[in-house]
Design a protein around this ligand. Structure first.
Ligand SMILES: Cc1cc2nc3c(=O)[nH]c(=O)nc-3n(C[C@H](O)[C@H](O)[C@H](O)COP(=O)(O)OP(=O)(O)OC[C@H]3O[C@@H](n4cnc5c(N)ncnc54)[C@H](O)[C@@H]3O)c2cc1C
Length: 469
């Protein structure tokens, strides 16, 4: 932005921010110009506030000068939500990283948005508590980012998603006004549910500055079972059989053959991997009574062994084996990325039973193409992560990858699904919004955006298709 407004803005914020809170040189700002999509946009200035009051003052000045502001957490986003597409101000919440309270009597926590998910889990361990929403990006993603994306995780099938745990939020509106929505009560039906609206709003409505959440007592026992099958539809039947058997697992994950092989190439310990399988299903049960957990795990193993086309099923015998099994799943995305190709990612979600059929339909769509597709995800809640590997510099592959991505979105929506289950729309899925939503529904969402952000300055260019901005 070369019109002098940025210089004047910086002059104004430097009156109340310390030198180390204002980054203007290119090298420093380059750390804040990308996220896990690896797409890059350079901001004009990066600010690192410590307090809500600082956020409010920054927003007020930016609003008065018509400058765009993009909130940022750990930059692990997979839809480009934290990228400053129009330049302007990056507001990194990383320094607002205090756990303000662990309220053991009410089973609640109060945290600042920059708290890293893994740090919160560590702090809760000592109290025998846990915060179920713990995405695989736990070592880098922040609570603010997880709230803004309504993050999911492997145990969402039993425990629900981030939204199910947020009771209250303090947030700063684009014009600098500080609001408090929800609070410390478990029940609250006073007026519209603004907490639920802000959770998952991808930083486009307000900047979250404080989060009040429920936490749960930590289940004392867990068992993990792995099953390798030679047929995707057998996986669908297995998942249904588990639920119909009256078992509510804490996780059911799946990986296709390509994901299995990429992880086998990536990890050093591969003795638990079966490269020939069409699909891997990983199931976990947890609870407070060891006998009950062991009995459920045994029933799951029996169900796995009874599935036609089962190659091998086994229960982890100890914590080390369980950790090895979970590593296979956790390292899938890094393993796929390590293949060194360019990626397009989708995060579609369908009703649970349809997920393996969606995996099959994607395999069919891939047949005969040069680009390769890996699928893996949360079989328990129907959320499938799709990674298309291609070479950006090869125009034919780029076209093929984009066509395939559109086809995958359409297939998911045709199966009563949605474009994204946990990664958000951001910039990567916004052009596909019309596959799922009617013009009237998009217009309603835009009116909500307008009510919070009449000037369209907070995290612009996100969620809405380009011609609708
Ligand atoms: C290896 C890997 C594994 C992953 N696993 C999962 C998973 O299991 N489940 C899952 O759901 N996602 C997963 N993700 C995606 C990503 O981690 C999540 O979307 C996460 O919630 C982003 O948090 P973040 O702090 O990195 O946010 P960022 O990427 O910095 O930002 C994400 C969005 O939140 C907004 N935002 C950030 N902070 C605030 C704030 N304080 N106020 C308002 N808006 C804000 C940004 O503007 C942006 O729109 C994974 C990503 C990677 C790279």
């Amino acid at each position: 932005m070369g019109d002098g407004r940025i210089k004047e803005f910086i002059d104004q914020v430097q009156r109340f921010l310390k030198e180390e809170q204002v980054i203007t040189e290119r090298e420093g700002m380059s750390h804040f110009c990308y996220d896990a999509t690896e797409i890059r946009f350079m901001p004009d200035v990066v600010l690192l506030p410590y307090t809500t009051e600082e956020v409010s003052r920054i927003m007020k000045i930016a609003y008065g000068m018509d400058l765009p502001v993009t909130p940022q957490g750990g930059r692990t986003g997979l839809s480009g939500g934290a990228l400053p597409v129009r330049g302007g101000i990056v507001l990194s919440l990383l320094r607002m990283n205090r756990i303000l309270e662990i309220d053991r009597k009410n089973l609640q926590i109060v945290v600042e948005p920059g708290v890293v998910a893994a740090d919160l889990q560590e702090a809760l361990k000592g109290h025998n508590l846990f915060f179920p929403p713990d995405p695989s990006s736990t070592v880098e993603s922040t609570l603010g980012g997880n709230v803004a994306e309504n993050a999911g995780y492997t145990r969402a099938v039993k425990y629900g998603v981030t939204r199910d745990y947020v009771l209250g939020l303090e947030a700063v509106l684009p014009d600098g006004e500080i609001i408090n929505v929800g609070g410390r009560t478990v029940k609250n039906v006073t007026g519209y549910d603004l907490v639920s609206l802000l959770v998952g709003s991808e930083g486009t409505l307000a900047v979250v500055t404080k989060i009040i959440c429920k936490v749960l007592p930590k289940p004392a026992f867990r068992r993990t079972c792995i099953s390798y099958l030679d047929d995707l539809s057998a996986a669908a039947d297995l998942v249904v059989a588990i639920f119909q058997g009256g078992i509510l697992p804490s996780a059911i994950e799946c990986m296709d053959n390509m994901s299995i092989n990429c992880v086998a190439d990536y990890l050093t310990r591969t003795e638990l991997l079966r490269r020939e399988a069409a699909v891997l299903v990983l199931i976990e049960v947890d609870g407070t009574h060891q006998g009950a957990v062991d009995a459920e795990a045994q029933r799951i193993l029996n169900l796995c062994n009874g599935v036609p086309g089962v190659i091998e099923s086994k229960l982890a015998e100890n914590d080390d084996q369980a950790e090895q099994l979970w590593r296979i799943r956790r390292e899938t995305l890094p393993a796929l990325k390590a293949k060194g190709k360019d990626h397009l990612e989708a995060d579609v979600v369908v009703p649970r039973y349809r997920l393996p059929f969606l995996m099959g339909a994607i395999k069919e769509a891939e047949a005969g193409k040069t680009v390769k597709v890996a699928t893996f995800g949360h079989a328990g809640d129907g959320n499938l992560h799709v990674t298309i590997q291609y070479r950006k510099r090869n125009f034919a592959e780029l076209e093929e990858a984009n066509e395939l991505l559109g086809e995958i979105y359409r297939k998911a929506v045709d199966m009563d699904g949605k474009l994204t289950g946990e990664h958000g729309v951001g910039i990567t899925a916004k052009d596909y919004m019309k596959i799922q939503m009617t013009p009237g529904e998009i217009a309603l969402m835009k009116r909500i955006k307008q009510a919070f952000d009449p000037k369209g300055l907070l995290n612009p260019e996100k969620i809405f298709p380009d011609e609708d901005e």
